[in-house]
Design a binder for this molecule. Structure first.
Ligand code: FES
Ligand SMILES: [Fe+2]
Length: 453
């Protein structure tokens, strides 16, 4: 094919060894079939709360959301909440969102900017560094009780490439050791220079892992999302990294190898060319060459706008989705124009509910031709300049989150799977090689729950 792109299994985009795009050697993953009770059992959920969630680094937010001292964002995960605050010295610190007085939530808003945090119950005040600023009617306390000057309880916090993580476990390895991705992998996208342009948190009636599984493979694309076939290859390059991390490179701009007509340009391909600044009428190449043509056009465009970070991205990265799995519950679809962050947040009490938390981030370029990729499903007319951080849209279960056609299809699918896995007639998932990321993810999860980690 014109651009050297060839879809066969195992998919290998043939990037040179050592490059960030290179196919990773496949480890021996065995052929276990896991017990399906992990998708619905309360005991399993409790085990996760005892042995998984407190011990892993959790994606708590993104640095562009808290640029100035006093800016804060609240991160909710299960029954825990954290305040992530920008400090006077430019650093970032995180605290449990719990008042040491009587346990009230200190911050009732999800984001904002404050000189200090004031607990709404009795107005105790805390500095942005978590230290106690003032106790209301302090003279009415036995001095012994408050001599330790109770402040907010701090939690470990660190950042990498614009992503903020917290960890509830003092003994966990540092973030940089724990992130299983090679150096530069995240940083090259310069997420810190993007802005959240949409944030939707929808409640889904399924276990958080049913959600992760559904987004961790492209094996289902031809069947659930047939409309993607004209512009997306469903054989992804699957790469497994240490500590449960993984990636799939989803080639975009090409027709799936399953499509019979490989001679005419698909309307979606034409649309994608337009987005990249190519006139589809003037394009004289083959459908297989569209991906490379888009890459070239995007390189040119990046030069025009002095987007130097494109120089660190491979041609493949300019078109393809690098869907990157951050163990345990995050996947980020990474693109040069922006990233699509999905967090699968466990429900506080119900193993058959989770929150699908989506942040669409975009690096604004002041030109009408430089737009958020259409597939990100951003509603028409949304402000993408990043001047105002949008409020989080909360969508209850049973209401469609309006995230675009593909995600609507996923909601229905995930609900049906959640019902099916509970059946006496289901013996556990039978994963193929295209589902290696699921196997890798569940194996790592088991290591935590079995006490191996
Ligand atoms: S619970 Fe916070 S001031 Fe009383
Ligand atoms: Fe899907």
């Amino acid at each position: 094919m014109a651009d050297g792109f060839k879809a066969e299994w195992p998919m290998d985009l043939k990037a040179p060894e050592g490059s960030l795009e290179a196919k990773q050697p496949r480890p021996d993953l065995g052929a276990d079939v896991v017990d399906p009770s992990r998708y619905y059992s309360r005991a399993f959920m409790e085990k996760e709360w005892a042995q998984l969630w407190p011990r892993v680094w959790l994606l708590a937010g993104v640095t562009p959301d808290i640029r100035e001292p006093g800016d804060f964002t609240v991160f909710k995960h299960g029954h825990e909440e954290f305040i992530i605050a920008r400090q006077d010295d430019g650093g970032i610190r995180a605290f449990y969102n719990v008042c040491p007085h009587r346990g009230n939530r200190v911050c009732l808003t999800e984001q904002g900017s404050v000189p200090a945090f004031t607990c709404p119950f009795h107005s105790w005040r805390f500095n942005c560094d978590g230290s106690l600023a003032q106790i209301t009617d302090e003279e009415t306390y036995d001095p012994e009780l408050i001599k330790h000057r109770p402040g907010l309880t701090e939690v470990r916090c660190d950042t990498i490439g614009g992503l903020i993580f917290i960890n509830m476990d003092g003994a966990a390895p540092p973030l940089k050791e724990w992130i299983g991705l090679p150096e530069g992998y995240i940083e090259n996208y310069e997420i810190e220079k993007m802005n959240v342009v949409r944030h939707v948190r929808s409640e889904w009636k399924a276990n958080w892992k049913t959600g992760v599984d559904a987004f961790y493979e492209t094996y289902h694309l031809p069947h659930i999302h047939p409309q993607t076939q004209g512009v997306m290859e469903d054989f992804s390059q699957v790469d497994l990294y240490p500590n449960g991390f993984s990636r799939m490179i989803v080639p975009i701009g090409v027709k799936s190898h399953r499509v019979k007509d490989q001679d005419s340009i698909d309307p979606y391909q034409a649309h994608m060319m337009m987005e990249a600044g190519i006139d589809p009428q003037a394009y004289k190449g083959t459908p297989a060459g569209v991906r490379a043509a888009i890459q070239e056009a995007k390189r040119e465009r990046a030069k025009k706008f002095n987007l130097d970070y494109y120089d660190r991205l491979t041609d493949g990265q300019l078109t393809d989705s690098w869907a990157t799995g951050f163990f345990p519950n995050v996947q980020i679809g990474m693109h040069p124009e922006g990233v699509f962050i999905m967090r699968f947040v466990p429900h506080p009490t119900d193993p058959e509910r989770f929150y699908y938390d989506n942040m669409t981030m975009f690096r604004y370029v002041d030109d009408p031709g430089y737009t958020v990729p259409g597939w990100m499903g951003l509603p028409e007319g949304m402000d993408v300049t990043g001047e105002i951080r949008p409020e989080i849209e909360h969508v209850p279960a049973d209401v469609k989150p309006d995230l675009g056609e593909v995600l609507d299809q996923d909601v229905e699918l995930v609900y049906a799977v959640q019902e099916g896995v509970k059946s006496r007639g289901f013996a556990g998932p039978i994963w193929c090689e295209q589902e290696d990321r699921l196997r890798h993810f569940h194996r790592e999860l088991d290591r935590y729950l079995n006490g191996e980690k």
